[in-house]
Design a protein around this ligand. Structure first.
Ligand SMILES: Cc1cc2nc3c(=O)[nH]c(=O)nc-3n(C[C@H](O)[C@H](O)[C@H](O)COP(=O)(O)OP(=O)(O)OC[C@H]3O[C@@H](n4cnc5c(N)ncnc54)[C@H](O)[C@@H]3O)c2cc1C
Length: 407
């Protein structure tokens, strides 16, 4: 794929119009107030029929699964072909467009649908999928995926303290999680912990449970104050003796390959960062070009200064590279292939650094105005930084790529 088709461009124009009328005017409340993003996201899914379409596709695949014909997921078309490529493109366009204004909204949406519903679709039993996935796809319910703890981030499995202990025919869960996207508002939570059989921590099995808001012993903190990404609420979860039946153990077996399930989730999360970065970079470039043409110093538009031109040229190079990464992902979907974890890590590392560099340079190009909240590059710069941290830090991506090269 070398460029967007006419149909893609039409969809993009519609999504852009929606964002400009429904989201841009609410920027102040979403970014600097405490307004959660879910109502406007629901409206967006409903306006474009995305939620209902995904739900219908999923329910159809679930019926097939019940008949023993495959596994229900949104990727059931996974054999490639033009429809699969097109479906991927249609997923990416709203991500790119939303990220031009609100990377936080993409994070909130992506965690709910991509990570939470995604994890249940990949590893849940048919009954678990039927119970929890459909309302997540329309955002009728908000999802959270919780692995990080105060003492375990990059070393997510090694340092994990949260436990499940067998209790009759169910389990008792304890532990705390932090930095959880949607944590304060989530209705459905995938909670990852270790099975404590009295054995050494490093030998314990990793299990995932699905929890519902309001369960006795589960506390969801208010949103944490943070540097950026304000449209995505982030919080802590505290579990004290939360009793669950086996029906909440993802896959309903202790022998689920939960580590590989979490790795699949990391791959999905990292793959999505290229489209997010593209949205941020496109917008920074657009704003910067406009400012460079109009801001006059020393009697000339600043765009006539070569040092400003260098910034614009580097932004354009980043935009082209990110665009190519996104097109490649669409091509791969058409070929029925997903990225490997190492490929996704390489793409994420590049995309996150490119977005951060471009956004920082955009702030510089805007001078004092760039540092002011009134100008959007200030927000995009704070938001871009998180791409280098969540879903695995830059340093962890480096080690993932190196591990694959040196294997
Ligand atoms: C806004 C936001 C939303 C998030 N959402 C979620 C969510 O929904 N669910 C969830 O489970 N988590 C979430 N996270 C957590 C995120 O995934 C972690 O913050 C991230 O993985 C880093 O872990 P940490 O913060 O514990 O940093 P640490 O692991 O303590 O790292 C500290 C520093 O040490 C470096 N470092 C660590 N290990 C190595 C190494 N082996 N080699 C070199 N350097 C190393 C890191 O790169 C980093 O620079 C979110 C985080 C943020 C900021």
């Amino acid at each position: 794929m070398i460029e967007w088709s006419e149909q893609h461009k039409q969809i993009r124009a519609m999504v852009r119009r929606f964002i400009e009328t429904e989201i841009v005017p609410k920027r102040e409340a979403l970014e600097f107030g405490d307004t959660p993003p879910y109502d406007v996201l629901r409206k967006m899914l409903a306006t474009f029929g995305i939620g209902e379409m995904n739900k219908a596709m999923f329910l159809k695949a679930l019926e097939k699964e019940k008949r023993g014909e495959g596994t229900a997921s949104l990727e059931s078309s996974g054999k490639g072909g033009p429809a699969a490529a097109d479906a991927r493109a249609m997923q990416m366009i709203p991500i790119i467009e939303l990220c031009r204004h609100s990377p936080g909204m993409v994070t909130a949406l992506g965690v709910s649908i991509g990570l939470t519903a995604g994890a249940i679709m990949k590893r849940g039993t048919t009954a678990q999928k039927e119970r929890w996935v459909p309302p997540l796809l329309t955002l009728e319910k908000v999802g959270a995926w919780a692995i990080t703890e105060p003492g375990s981030g990059s070393d997510a499995f090694g340092s994990m303290k949260s436990t499940a202990r067998r209790d009759g025919d169910g389990y008792v869960l304890n532990g705390s999680k932090t930095f959880i996207t949607n944590g304060p508002y989530a209705d459905t939570i995938v909670f990852i912990c270790k099975l404590d059989e009295g054995n050494p921590e490093h030998e314990r099995k990793i299990l995932s449970f699905v929890l519902d808001k309001g369960m006795p012993g589960l506390v969801q903190s208010p949103p944490l104050r943070k540097m950026g990404l304000h449209a995505s609420p982030t919080g802590e979860l505290f579990l004290e003796d939360v009793r669950v039946g086996k029906d909440r153990l993802l896959g309903e077996t202790e022998d689920q390959p939960a580590r590989s399930s979490a790795k699949e989730t990391f791959t999905a999360e990292r793959t999505g960062v290229a489209a997010m970065a593209l949205g941020i970079v496109e917008r920074c470039l657009e704003l910067s070009v406009d400012y460079a043409k109009n801001r006059v110093q020393f009697g000339r538009p600043i765009g006539e200064f070569q040092l400003i031109q260098l910034k614009l040229a580097k932004m354009e190079i980043a935009r082209m590279n990110l665009q190519n990464l996104v097109f490649r992902q669409i091509e791969l979907a058409g070929a029925g292939r997903e990225l490997s974890l190492a490929e996704a890590s390489a793409g994420k590392l590049y995309a996150a650094q490119a977005a951060m560099e471009v956004a920082l340079e955009a702030v510089q190009l805007f001078g004092g105005n760039g540092y002011m909240a009134e100008y959007q590059v200030e927000q995009l710069c704070r938001d871009a930084k998180v791409l280098q941290i969540y879903g695995g830090t830059d340093e962890i991506q480096v080690s993932q790529i190196a591990r694959s090269l040196l294997a």
